[in-house]
Design a protein around this ligand. Structure first.
Ligand code: SF4
Length: 425
């Protein structure tokens, strides 16, 4: 949308008080995300007051895809909505609004992938960029609203992804991060086979690429071929984000997950055997309907056993239109929050242990920001994905260091959420 608007003569401004039109891209897959989105809409609507400059407020993304009618009924401040399949219509919509036409685009069914193919404005810092390799999801986990919002899993054509990877690396984005709702499934719908390993190898052939990171892989997509590619290709980060969701077979079955604890154990063991320095990230959910204290303890036990280096823990959110919405018994919210705290307390110990195990390692770190007037630079190695993982503080007073530069760093200290290192030559 950003690039389409730029091509149509609009200019992005960084402060809402300077905007003529406010476009809010929303999230809407769980209650807390919906709440945050609504608060953002109401906050920005303030700029539409008679004294404000903004004339129009447009809401796009998952919240508007899911709740267009409700937004229309209950948020009169909003002039128009666009769904997740309608991003390409943003310029036409703004032109009509600008001409004074009242407009309300009913979000279409998620289908086309065209919006992924335009040359896009990259919103991440210069050194890395995300590439979406597929849209939607067909896994139908019982708690998840995403298949309903984003439609079935649709892989982008192989060549389109390679072309985008070439464009991004040519403009300086040395680290590419492959994302989809389930990256391991890439290719299955379009080509009849899973092609993530082949895709990753092909992207590694691009000379300007420095690092390729793979996020969000369901365990059933972690094939021997993928592990071989990760172990054998120098440019693929020894890092994997593989959400497991739970550690009890009974809960996994109710969640409609297609793996079980023995499968999860086996995948983690294969990954660690083939790639000893791999950094593993996962996500789990507590408070799913029917999660007994015993099932929760099984989750804690599995997390302790598998010791993921990084972990995110969500509290179950009942979502209309999902299979779990009517499941009973529901877990009391306070119990779910207590379980979330227990998971995070356990994880803090595991993460501290895992980070301590990396002390002495020499890694390439990309320096992304600076702190304390150049005494500390802040960066990431292969083991840290942007935004979600700890950072590495690099002690360096060398005046020649530039942001975006990659340095060899020896890790000298660590706790659960931060590591410290010094540059080495
Ligand atoms: S794999 Fe992820 S996106 Fe797909 S249904 Fe399950 S939780 Fe939702």
């Amino acid at each position: 949308m950003s690039q389409i608007l730029k091509d149509s003569g609009w200019t992005a401004v960084s402060a809402p008080e300077r905007a003529d039109v406010l476009v809010i891209n929303t999230c809407g897959f769980i209650a807390s995300a919906k709440q945050e989105s609504i608060e953002a809409i109401l906050r920005l609507a303030e700029y539409k007051q008679p004294s404000g400059r903004a004339r129009r407020l447009v809401v796009t993304g998952c919240l508007s895809q899911r709740y267009a009618d409700e937004i229309n009924r209950s948020l009169p401040e909003v002039d128009a909505v666009l769904g997740t399949a309608d991003y390409g219509q943003i310029a036409g919509l703004l032109a009509r609004l600008d001409a004074g036409c009242a407009d309300w685009i009913k979000p279409g069914a998620p289908g086309s992938l065209d919006h992924l193919n335009i040359t896009r404005a990259v919103s991440t810092p210069a050194n890395y960029a995300y590439i979406k390799i597929a849209e939607g999801c067909s896994n139908h986990c019982a708690y998840c609203a995403i298949p309903g919002i984003r439609g079935p899993f649709r892989s982008r054509p192989f060549e389109d992804i390679i072309a985008e990877a070439r464009r991004l690396t040519a403009s300086g984005h040395g680290e590419l991060i492959l994302i989809a709702q389930d990256t391991g499934r890439y290719g299955l719908d379009r080509y009849g086979i899973r092609r993530l390993p082949e895709l990753a190898r092909a992207i590694c052939r691009i000379p300007e690429l420095r690092l390729l990171r793979i996020l969000y892989t369901y365990s059933d997509g972690v094939s021997d071929d993928l592990i071989e590619a990760m172990a054998g290709e120098d440019k693929i980060a020894h890092y994997l984000d593989m959400p497991i969701q739970h550690g009890s077979d009974a809960v996994l079955a109710r969640m409609n997950r297609h793996d079980r604890v023995k499968d999860i154990r086996a995948v983690v063991a294969r990954l660690r055997r083939a790639i000893p320095d791999i950094v593993l990230r996962t996500t789990v959910m507590v408070g799913f309907p029917g999660e007994t204290e015993q099932a929760f303890n099984e989750l804690l036990k599995l997390l302790d056993e598998l010791s993921f280096d990084r972990l995110g823990c969500f509290v179950y959110s009942p979502e209309e239109g999902t299979a779990a919405y009517t499941m009973r018994p529901r877990v009391h919210h306070q119990t779910a929050r207590r379980r979330q705290r227990q998971v995070m307390q356990l994880q803090q110990k595991i993460a501290a242990r895992a980070s301590a195990g990396r002390i002495g390692q020499v890694v390439e770190v990309v320096l992304e920001s600076v702190e304390d007037r150049g005494i500390f630079y802040i960066g990431r190695s292969y083991g840290e994905a942007p935004d979600v993982d700890p950072v590495i503080y690099v002690a360096a007073s060398d005046g020649d260091i530039r942001l975006g530069q990659v340095c060899r760093v020896r890790l000298v200290d660590a706790d659960a959420y931060e590591m410290t290192g010094v540059t080495v030559v």
